[in-house]
Design a binder for this molecule. Structure first.
Ligand code: ZN
Length: 170
């Protein structure tokens, strides 16, 4: 297994739309294993292949505190959303140090393939529902800060550009 490099916003590659996985084979299983290691090392509660510059629909998630809630979702789709919305303070391994409130449906039903290529479905609520929606957004080229107001996005980009300039000066 290997640790993968995580792209940082505003890297344009974070906005590519990922392609469906055509076949769940050893190449995809190796990618998932590396993504799991990278997520736990970060540490984070979820990682989409887009964040490691692989533009295929693979997501790994573990919202538990004891590494016992690992899920690998291949070609995940949300097949139903609750009407009820909930606001949660989100963060992202691709936007380090930035946390902000995003409103999303509070419960979703998800369909995906597992590492054997078999379909399965589950209902997600709470942090898992937030995480699944956040990671599927990544596969669609969307970073959570794009849910924020234009003013906040403009300020954030200016701040990140300033930090980048300071890093280059060192
Ligand atoms: Zn993220």
């Amino acid at each position: 297994m290997a640790l993968l490099n995580i792209l940082h916003y505003p890297d344009k590659r974070l906005h590519k739309v990922a392609k469906p996985v055509a076949q769940v084979d050893d190449r995809i299983r190796k990618l998932a294993a590396d993504m799991i290691e990278t997520m736990y090392d970060a540490p984070g509660v979820g990682l989409a292949a887009t964040q490691v510059d692989v533009h295929e629909r693979v997501v790994v998630i573990d919202v538990s505190e004891d590494k016992e809630g690992l899920m690998v979702l291949i070609n995940p789709e949300i097949i139903s959303y609750s009407d009820e919305q909930k606001t949660y303070e989100e963060g992202c391994l691709s936007v380090p140090g930035v946390y902000d409130e995003v409103e999303r449906p509070s419960t979703v039903r998800v369909r995906a393939l597992n590492l054997e290529g078999e379909p399965f479905e589950f209902d997600a609520e709470g942090l898992l529902a937030v995480c699944v929606q956040h990671e599927i957004d990544h596969l669609n080229g969307r970073v959570f800060v794009q849910h924020l107001s234009m003013l906040k996005q403009t300020r954030l980009k200016a701040k990140l550009r300033k930090e980048q300039r300071e890093l280059e000066r060192v």
